[in-house]
Design a binder for this molecule. Structure first.
Ligand code: AMP
Length: 938
């Protein structure tokens, strides 16, 4: 090795060059000049086999050492190679590498030809010490470049240009893994990114383009000016999607789930999903389709089955709001749910496809969050196919210096080392090719991959919008631009694949099919195999009801409690955790009152025993932010993990519990997607602190609280949001109860503030035991997790159900009660204890544990016994402009009015405040004392 460095006169700047040479050697020793091969042969070997990584790093180390410790100022002179020719041979290899790394930067990917590209010096012969004089010299290629063994320089450059600088710009050299890079090279280079297609395949592409263009033209003339966010300029998306789905089906996928924004959506629905055009026309005419508030047509989801060479494939288009990128993690959640249902941990049976717009892909943070989930245990789906409909403008913003700081809109994908295949939308054959490569890469490496479909937007942001005011040059060019279909038809006519007349006939046929209101997706299966998707019928059409028996046989409860507290032989449990488990064993034996952690764990254990899968994710859920759960045990000697809930029985359903990465937006969207896809599971997202949920506000507003009303999609997701005023300052006190209550209407969600272990037990069980699927928002406790009075008995778990209202617990004489305090959450215990200190017998305290849907009738019944009331208050810890006061008081007033119209309700809480809580503990305590006293004494 020493010899190599001595002879080579290399210095640090050449590190990457030798690495490249070495990489080549690893793939094919004969592809490098003999002198180099001899040196590489002498490198250390790992085991019997040459490791591709270890020697690689050894070289690096050695190289760095040399460049630091020896005075090497001369640039690379490849003097280890003997002849002039061999020197040049090495330079050629270096040039090939340059094309792989930077070829995409000059590729012809913009159909409008307006994209400004910086010159790339590395792609010039002279940069590599070569010149046109070498054009006819034949150089060895070996397997360095996939193609002929040897070729004249001129041809090598031609091939490189065709592969890396024509209508495909393949960006993948940022990938660290050699195998992945070589795999991509082996797909791109032999065919120069332009495989030769047969007449049938080419006609099929034209037929798909005809459909894409035909639909837009038809809608444009029949509903002129109506918003449809047409695909015009990006029509290649349709042959792309067609190829993707057909190939996925051929390779064994049984479902494909697609998320996309409005652009081109109607086209995909009609031409790919086979939505009946007549139905779409009905939507254009404003017909009411479902018995709810509904949504605009370009947000609607859809499902259908199509036939592929591998059998029937179920397609699902996710419903989505206007918030462009947020649908991506929803799709991931839906896909993971389907993969879980199919017991497919690898992800080959269900393929996620995320279609993005260029501006949003570069701009919105949730894109990064979604990429970040792609390889994590809780969220991975075996790789997502990302397609960017890159029309090079975001509404009216097209200047690159305004819309992003990165070179491409796709640069964010490099964070997970995804290959990025930029492709010119006006070369539909290249589009088809990159689609195949992308899907095969996903299937091979189980990683995300991006297709950047560079196209344009023929009209404005929508059809009523005039774009030339803000994009004059772009639209001057677009006016002149022939459509993708027209260009491709011309190409096929010129190649004698079809005649002009056949091309015209294709257009006519499509239009006639549309006019007749027929389905226009030829692969649509008219009588779909329903086995491919979940039957939601048992969950449909249930009215809200408070009734639900969630009791469990006491014996079963105890048996499960024993199991769930068992730890394998020799497993070294941490000391405090050991104590928690010991206490739980005593609770199971009835020797100790049940606490929150026990009750919650038993809710999961009993549901699993009854056959319901459970999925619990969020930041730190394994232990619980406040150390109450300890559902995941860590062996103190080996760091091995053990989850008792996963070891209850051999045939138990799936129990998933994972700490999430530090995201709120994408992870909550994911769980929404999961819960809307699996109806029989308890799906829970827990916030580390309740106020962190505001990082996911778009998911709460756009999906969780309104998805059923807009789209008819049921969702049983549970959100556990730690909430309570405990002097921790403005953050971490409030889960912003008021925000959820303000969103409540039409029985859309449930908002609960349980105060006892038995209540959380029954509440969680109720969430799946009933066929009703409604999101559940729980203001869950922090200090109450350990509060001595917040306990229950085993019997309270075994019997009964969730109580929306908890009546006064002390034996007061109702006739003596002249003051009623209504409250919810932790403040109850402060009120109760203060009342005891004051010895008040005239004040009853009633807890409202469910704030929405509000249990008016139950409350009315509960307070009926208090016939001598003179005053009634609602007491809350939150400032009076927050908490339940504004949004729930009308329910309490209704009840009071029916009880005694002379009574008025007074609200008591912290003073109105801009922040949720004060930052000083002394002020906090003063406020707390004042509100409790005022509630009890008036
Ligand atoms: P998908 O697998 O998402 O395409 O769903 C298949 C069918 O199941 C849909 O066409 C709906 O009829 C029904 N479905 C799916 N998800 C839900 C949901 N969250 N709520 C109600 N029905 C659903």
């Amino acid at each position: 090795m020493e010899q190599l460095w001595k002879n080579a006169h290399l210095y640090g700047g050449n590190l990457s060059y030798v690495e490249q040479l070495y990489e080549t050697y690893l793939m094919d020793p004969n592809a490098v000049p003999e002198e180099w091969r001899d040196e590489f042969d002498r490198l250390p070997k790992v085991g019997e086999q040459i490791s591709q990584d270890i020697p690689h790093s050894t070289i690096r180390e050695h190289f760095r050492y040399l460049s630091k410790n020896q005075n090497r100022s001369r640039p690379v002179e490849v003097s280890s190679v003997s002849s002039e020719h061999e020197k040049k041979q090495v330079l050629v290899l270096r040039m090939i590498n340059a094309y792989r790394v930077r070829g995409h930067q000059v590729a012809d990917i913009d159909p409008l030809n307006l994209l400004k590209r910086e010159p790339v010096p590395d792609l010039d012969l002279r940069f590599h010490g070569l010149s046109e004089a070498d054009n006819d010299t034949v150089f060895q290629l070996g397997s360095l470049f996939f193609g002929p063994e040897e070729a004249p320089l001129k041809e090598i450059v031609e091939d490189l240009k065709q592969t890396y600088c024509s209508t495909v710009g393949a960006e993948y050299m940022h990938i660290v893994d050699t195998q992945e890079k070589r795999w991509l090279q082996s797909r791109l280079e032999p065919v120069r990114c332009h495989p030769v297609l047969g007449a049938e395949e080419r006609s099929h592409i034209l037929e798909r383009l005809t459909a894409a263009e035909g639909l837009e033209k038809y809608l444009g003339s029949r509903y002129a000016g109506a918003k449809r966010f047409g695909l015009e300029g990006g029509e290649s998306l349709i042959p792309l999607m067609d190829e993707l789905i057909q190939r996925a089906g051929r390779d064994g996928a049984r479902e494909v789930v697609i998320g996309m924004a409005h652009r081109g959506r109607l086209n995909v629905l009609v031409n790919i999903f086979g939505k009946n055009p007549a139905e779409l026309f009905g939507e254009f005419e404003g017909k009411k389709l479902i018995e709810s508030s509904g949504d605009v047509k370009y947000h609607q989801g859809f499902s259908s089955n199509v036939m592929t060479a591998g059998g029937e494939v179920h397609l699902a288009m996710a419903f989505n709001p206007s918030h462009l990128e947020i649908v991506s993690p929803v799709v991931e959640g839906s896909v993971r749910a389907r993969q879980d249902r199919r017991e497919d941990p690898v992800g080959s049976t269900v393929v996620p496809v995320s279609i993005h717009g260029d501006a949003a892909f570069a701009g919105q943070g949730v894109v990064m969050e979604t990429f970040q989930m792609s390889q994590t245990r809780a969220y991975k789906t075996g790789g997502t196919i990302h397609i960017v409909i890159n029309n090079q403008v975001g509404f009216t913003t097209s200047r690159k210096e305004d819309s992003r700081s990165s070179e491409y809109c796709t640069d964010v994908a490099k964070m997970v080392q995804a290959p990025i295949l930029h492709v010119n939308g006006d070369d539909p054959e290249a589009v088809r090719f990159v689609t195949q490569v992308a899907l095969d890469y996903r299937n091979e490496f189980k990683k995300d991959v991006v297709i950047d479909l560079v196209c344009y937007r023929r009209r404005g942001h929508n059809e009523a919008d005039e774009p030339s005011g803000t994009q004059p040059l772009m639209y001057a060019q677009i006016k002149k631009q022939k459509s993708t279909r027209e260009l491709y038809a011309k190409r096929l006519v010129e190649a004698s694949v079809i005649t002009e007349a056949q091309s015209k006939e294709m257009e006519k046929e499509y239009r006639a099919a549309l006019e007749s209101g027929e389905h226009v997706a030829k692969s649509l299966v008219r009588e779909p195999n329903t086995e491919l998707f979940v039957d939601w019928r048992p969950y449909l059409g249930h009215e809200w009801s408070f009734e639900c028996d969630t009791g469990v046989d006491l014996k079963l409860l105890q048996e499960l409690a024993v199991k769930v507290n068992e730890v394998p032989e020799g497993f070294a449990v941490q000391r405090q955790v050991q104590k928690i488990y010991e206490d739980r064993r005593r609770m199971a034996a009835g020797a100790m009152e049940v606490n929150w952690g026990f009750a919650e764990t038993m809710a999961y254990a009993t549901l699993l025993a009854e056959g319901y899968p459970v999925r619990l994710t969020g930041q730190d859920v394994g232990r619980g932010t406040f150390s109450h759960r300890h559902a995941v045990l860590h062996d103190q000697k080996t760091a091995r993990c053990y989850v008792p809930l996963q070891n209850l029985a051999d045939d138990q359903p799936r129990m998933t519990i994972f700490d999430s990465y530090l995201s709120e937006e994408a992870v909550l969207a994911f769980e929404y997607g999961y819960a809307t896809t699996i109806p029989n599971a308890l799906v829970i997202w827990e916030a580390q602190f309740g106020d962190f949920a505001n990082g996911a506000q778009v998911v709460i507003d756009q999906f969780i609280t309104s998805g059923e009303q807009k789209w008819g999609r049921l969702c049983g997701l549970t959100m556990l949001l730690p909430h309570g005023f405990e002097g921790q300052g403005p953050e971490h006190s409030s889960a912003r109860l008021e925000r959820f209550l303000q969103l409540c209407a039409e029985h859309n969600i449930q908002v609960c503030t349980p105060t006892t272990p038995a209540q959380i037990f029954h509440l969680l069980r109720r969430q799946v035991a009933r066929p009703l699927r409604k999101p559940l928002v729980v203001m869950s406790p922090k200090s109450l997790l350990r509060h001595k009075q917040a306990t229950s008995t085993l019997e309270e778990l075994a019997q009964g159900s969730f109580q929306p209202v908890i009546p006064e617990v002390d034996q007061l004489d109702p006739g003596k009660v002249n003051r009623l305090v209504l409250c919810g959450g932790k403040v109850y215990y402060d009120l109760y204890n203060r009342r005891a200190e004051l010895g008040l017998e005239n004040v009853a305290i009633v807890r409202i544990e469910q704030l929405y849907p509000f249990p008016e009738a139950i409350l009315e019944e509960t307070i009926a016994q208090y016939t001598n009331l003179e005053s009634v208050v609602w007491c809350q810890e939150e400032p009076m402009n927050q908490g339940a006061w504004y949004c729930s008081q009308h329910h309490m007033r209704n009840v009071l009015h029916r009880h005694n119209p002379a009574l008025h309700l007074h609200g008591i809480g912290r003073p109105h405040a801009a922040a949720p809580a004060v930052g000083y503990i002394s002020v906090h305590l003063e406020q707390q004392e004042a509100l409790v006293n005022e509630a009890l004494n008036g």
